[in-house]
Write a protein that binds this ligand. Structure first.
Ligand code: MEV
Length: 314
């Protein structure tokens, strides 16, 4: 048996645009998914928390099992502290923990290999995607995806002529407050809609380029420890995401409420519901402002630990 764990994430800069190869930055948060993987006897069946694995409820896990288990049945036990449908990377954390757990049955796990497999799984599960969430869940801390490699390089992933080079970068020197709108959003539907918009309207592709430029300026500010500039770029990033239609009134309200006490605030992840984030030195004031506007504030620490083999037995 192996026990592995991996973190969820928030996106500081570049969601949606990163799917088309533009720069982006995400940071792991201390909300983790833990998976125990047991090899079952050959006649046994593959189960998840005691129930037969099923392609609807356990889509990512089933894909990971099909891709990596060489047909051997396995038993999985999942415990997740990453809230789902909030834009905090719950499906990536599960993909990493389950694919990583299967690989860990054979010994040490090569993070680059895991990154390749995990991206393939995410892609098969829902179509167009970037390796931002999965790379962050593997590496932990802050991860930047860039079209070219530079210092801090971790690995690169290519698909459909797009290349993403993953890099490790500094974690923000400010507290994180997440504001949940109370509405779910569906990543793949939204990524698909935005993709159609980008094809039909040149201006969306132009906005994605602007988002990429903002992400790069934000990354440099992060590297210099300039939190004021990081915040300015987050605010701009939110405005551009609103222009492509992935924000909504609830997200805009929470972002505006958080701003007076924050370096910056923006929606995080897919949008269309889900959550916003604020970077701040006054987390209580931000949480209170979010609550006043009907949102649910949550405080998470940054997590510098990525994918981890917690225990091996037998
Ligand atoms: C979702 O967390 C982030 C998106 O950019 C999709 C992706 O990168 O795969 C919307």
């Amino acid at each position: 048996m192996v026990r592995v764990s991996s973190p969820g994430k928030v996106i500081l800069f570049g969601e949606h645009a990163v799917v088309y190869g533009h720069p982006a930055v995400a940071v792991a948060v201390k909300a983790r998914t833990e998976v125990d993987v047991y090899p079952a006897s050959d006649e046994g069946q593959t189960t998840v928390n005691g129930e037969l694995i099923d392609g609807y409820r356990h889509k990512h896990l089933l894909l990971a099992h099909e891709l990596l288990s060489k047909g051997s049945p396995m038993r999985f036990r999942i415990r997740s502290r990453v809230p789902s449908t909030m834009g905090l990377g719950s499906s990536s954390a599960l993909t990493i923990a389950s694919a990583g757990g299967i690989l860990a049955l054979d010994g040490d796990v090569d993070p680059e290999k895991l990154a390749q497999f995990a991206f393939e799984i995410e892609y098969k599960a829902g179509g167009k995607a970037s390796p931002l969430d999965t790379s962050t869940s593997i590496a932990g801390g802050a991860v930047a995806l860039l079209p070219e490699s530079e210092s801090g390089f971790l690995w690169q992933i290519e698909k459909d002529g797009i290349r993403w080079c993953a890099h490790s970068c500094p974690v923000p020197s400010a507290s994180l407050v997440i504001g949940y709108t109370g509405n779910k959003s569906r990543t793949h539907e939204l990524v698909g809609k935005v993709g159609k918009l980008a094809k039909a309207h040149g201006f969306v592709a132009e906005i994605f380029k602007d988002i990429g430029r903002i992400a790069l300026v934000g990354l440099r500010a992060l590297q210099q420890g300039d939190m004021n500039e990081v915040g300015v770029q987050m605010n701009r990033n939110h405005e551009l995401l609103s222009m492509v239609g992935v924000s909504n009134n609830d997200l805009d309200r929470l972002v505006e409420a958080a701003k007076p006490h924050s370096y910056g605030a923006k929606l995080t992840g897919k949008g269309g519901g889900g959550s916003m984030i604020a970077l701040t030195d006054e987390p209580e004031l931000v949480a209170e402002a979010i609550r006043r506007e009907g949102g649910k504030p949550m405080e998470f620490d940054w997590d510098t630990q990525g994918f981890e083999i917690v225990r091996t037995e037998g």
